[in-house]
Design a protein around this ligand. Structure first.
Ligand code: HEM
Length: 276
């Protein structure tokens, strides 16, 4: 009996020491905050606009470019190697495909990102250079997030934007992962296999909270950018697709002509009356 109790306690203690469990616990509160950002709420309400999604894709491109570059550069590092799954998880090419769909072939020249995205990328580069093991916290935050809530968000996005096929939604698809739940289990066990000193473990937990914080700042900045986008939209948005912020010229022309006609008629009458 005593022996049974002892081994039970040891098993519980081991779970408590699992990095995946610890990270999940310390980021629980900030995960809720991330869910409640205006951008994520738009997704959840099924009201995400094409303008919002396109801007989000631009930032995701920059973030994944940096994250995946740093992961690759450090792929032999003992802290990074166990969670390095480029075939299954890499997002960069998928995002590039979506960007081309929405912005056209010259999408690279049209990418716009807010300051928060630059800050996020700066942090990723700094981590990659100075403390690669902390890339685990960043990879966890993005990839496990994409494999979890991201799946639901993909379906909602398709409906909200009225996209007929899955074109423009490659970001949400993981063709190399046949069972996300099983894959997440494998990923967690790999995270737990990384050997960490006590100091590194605490640093890792802090870095995971920071990773969420950086994402929240990007979302908030994107919403602010959207308020100013009508001025810039023609430089940044594609004419290829129906953008909620774009007014289709063909539909406005008759109305425009009618208003102008009325204006000219009024002006003529006014001048006539004045001359009289
Ligand atoms: C509307 C927004 C969001 C919704 C509805 C959502 C929903 C979810 C759900 C249902 C899970 C699965 C929980 C489980 O399996 O126990 C999950 C896990 C996760 N989410 Fe989110 N999420 C959202 C936004 C985010 C954001 C913005 C991030 C980070 C940038 C994120 C990161 C994660 C991570 C890392 C996990 C894995 C947790 C773990 O198993 O350790 N989520 N999310």
């Amino acid at each position: 009996m005593e022996q049974e109790k002892k081994s039970q306690t040891t098993a519980e203690q081991m779970i408590d020491r699992d990095l995946s469990e610890q990270i999940k616990k310390v980021t629980m509160e900030i995960h809720t905050r991330a869910e409640k950002t205006e951008l994520m709420m738009s997704f959840m309400r099924g009201q995400v606009t094409l303008a919002q999604y396109k801007l989000l894709l631009c930032s995701l491109y920059e973030v994944y470019q940096t994250l995946e570059e740093e992961m690759e550069r450090n792929s032999n590092h003992p802290g990074v190697a166990p969670i390095y799954f480029p075939t299954e998880l890499a997002r960069l090419d998928a995002i590039a495909k979506d960007l081309e769909y929405f912005y056209g072939r010259d999408w690279r020249e049209k990418i716009v990102v807010p300051a928060a995205t630059k800050r996020y990328c700066h942090r990723l580069r700094q981590i990659g250079k100075e403390n690669p093991v902390f890339l685990v916290a960043h990879a966890y935050t993005r990839y496990l997030g994409d494999l979890s809530g991201g799946q639901v968000l993909g379906r909602i996005a398709q409906k909200s934007m009225g996209l007929k096929s899955s074109e423009g939604l490659s970001f949400f698809a993981f063709p190399g992962v046949s069972n996300p739940t099983l894959f997440k289990q494998l990923y967690r066990s790999r995270m737990n296999s990384v050997e960490l000193t006590e100091e590194e473990r605490n640093g890792m937990l802090e870095e995971a909270v920071r990773a969420f914080e950086l994402n929240i700042q990007v979302f908030d900045d994107l919403q602010k950018m959207l308020l100013t986008i009508p001025k810039q939209k023609l430089q940044t948005c594609s004419t290829q697709s129906v953008d909620t912020l774009q007014i289709p010229i063909g539909k406005t022309a008759p109305l425009f002509r009618m208003v102008m006609g009325l204006f000219v008629a009024l002006a003529t009458v006014s001048i006539g009356l004045y001359a009289f």
